[in-house]
Design a protein around this ligand. Structure first.
Ligand code: CTP
Length: 123
């Protein structure tokens, strides 16, 4: 399982999802809602429904759910019987508390691209 915003879907997102899939046989992606992003001070360009549709159509993705809050992860892991939680290494250490429930793997980020950079370039 992995979590993210996936705004202005880019190659870093694709590589993260493809790599995540190699750790298991099914990949569930929690895509953060526009409302949840606003609570983090993040304004998305692409609406939640469209971001979900894009992520759902990536070959390595088996299911998309909504990420509504910071504190749903333990329940998601239990509900979906998750064996491995995967996220980019910009989050290293931040989700170690999930190690009680499943494997936690931090994947190296793709250098030189992010949704924030893309937004800046378009300004
Ligand atoms: N990710 C990655 N490589 C990048 C950008 C993102 O591996 N160059 C990963 C993140 O580490 C995360 C997932 O993709 O596990 C979703 O990240 P998200 O925050 O949606 O993407 P960013 O491009 O980092 O967005 P922002 O600039 O808004 O933080």
């Amino acid at each position: 399982m992995t979590y993210g915003t996936f705004d202005m879907f880019h190659i870093g997102h694709l590589k993260l999802l493809n790599r995540a899939k190699t750790f298991g046989d099914r990949l569930i992606v929690a895509v953060s809602t526009d409302e949840f992003n606003l609570t983090k001070g993040k304004k998305t360009v692409i609406p939640f429904e469209d971001r979900c549709e894009i992520v759902k159509n990536i070959k390595s993705v088996d299911r998309v759910i909504a990420e509504l809050s910071w504190d749903q992860k333990i329940q998601d892991i239990q509900n979906y019987e998750i064996e491995t939680f995967v996220i980019g290494n910009d989050w290293t250490g931040k989700f170690d508390f999930l190690k009680k429930y499943c494997n936690v793997i931090y994947i190296p980020r793709t250098e030189g691209i992010s949704s924030t950079d893309l937004k800046k370039k378009l300004k």
